[in-house]
Design a protein around this ligand. Sequence first.
Ligand SMILES: NC(=O)c1ccc[n+]([C@@H]2O[C@H](COP(=O)([O-])OP(=O)(O)OC[C@H]3O[C@@H](n4cnc5c(N)ncnc54)[C@H](OP(=O)(O)O)[C@@H]3O)[C@@H](O)[C@H]2O)c1
Length: 244
Amino acid sequence: MTDLDFSGKTVLVVGGSSGIGNGIAHGFLSRGAQVHVWGTRPSAEDYDAAEGSDLSGLIYSCVDVSDSAAIAAHEATFDSLDVLVLSQGVVRYGQEEFEKPGWDYVMDVNIDSLMACASKYHPLLAAAKGAMIIVSSISGMQGNIGNPAYAASKAAAISLTKTLGQAWARDGIRVNGLAPGLVPTKLTAVTTENEKRLQGALRAIPLRRVGTPEDMAGVVMFLASPLAAYVQGQTIIADGGLTL
Ligand SMILES: NC(=O)c1ccc[n+]([C@@H]2O[C@H](COP(=O)([O-])OP(=O)(O)OC[C@H]3O[C@@H](n4cnc5c(N)ncnc54)[C@H](OP(=O)(O)O)[C@@H]3O)[C@@H](O)[C@H]2O)c1
């Protein structure tokens, strides 16, 4: 058995219905795990591969994580959990995050729901001596034009990764994070589907390409694996060098 063989392990990817989370889910699935994913649509059939959503082989549940009561009420589709990946995230454009409704929604999904999901599954992760990986963003490490809630929520996610890493170490749970750079998904289509903006973004990335969900899955699987047995509370940047 290699360090990246997840046979016999159970993984939940919140936000695993599309984009980066979906790539992470398939990374674990292809390495033997049973993988559960959450998203916002009523059923798996409501997702489309053309949008970056491949639900084949994944066990899907609809849970609106902007509603902490819905997270608490959700009946788990598993009875043990080895890896919890929190990849849910939203952004609001057009200055909406400067107004309270936009600010609140982004905060509900991007930070409050992290704690609600983490708390819900803490007992199962402790029983399994498991791992949790929080997906934040390089936006949490710098200013972000037009998106105060997104940037603040991601800074908070990086902080939460440190504090839960400290607090849960005694339970044998490793908590770490991934801070992606630019990955084409529905969240970033406003940039990646605009040729001029995309070219501008590429000029700033030393590796001269955008990231892929598979690139992100590689980091998350490393963090969940025994290869990262002594890594705790850290957020790994995977941005092709953009923040350098
Ligand atoms: N793409 C990038 O360049 C980039 C860069 C840095 C960080 N990130 C972070 O990476 C994570 C994944 O984003 P992505 O780019 O892969 O975008 P995405 O394709 O839009 O994925 C976001 C995921 O979050 C889920 N989600 C959003 N609101 C939710 C809610 N209220 N309840 C339950 N699930 C909800 C979505 O469900 P549905 O599929 O049902 O909408 C989806 O599974 C986010 O935390 C994002 O901030 C992305």
